[in-house]
Ligand binder design. Sequence first.
Ligand SMILES: [Zn+2]
Length: 90
Amino acid sequence: MAEYIEREAAIRTAVEAVDAGLATTSGDLAEIRDDIPAADVAPVQHGRWLKNERFKQKCRKCSECGFPSYFEFNHCPNCGAKMDGRKEDG
Ligand SMILES: [Zn+2]
């Protein structure tokens, strides 16, 4: 599984290593990379609003969890999917 780091933490760790005299070359910096804490991130789930045939009015549903909504939010209020997928006509 991929690990991610925060830019600020990486820069801070590198600057501290150089200031402390622990790193003077790119090889030194490569060796301290394990000292940089992993960032707490989750993969982004992508979805889109689909036609919802269960309702007569203009209701949509989330492509990922089926949550019905009359509004096309940027994120599904139920599962949190980022609604940036291709829109279906209608
Ligand atoms: Zn959803």
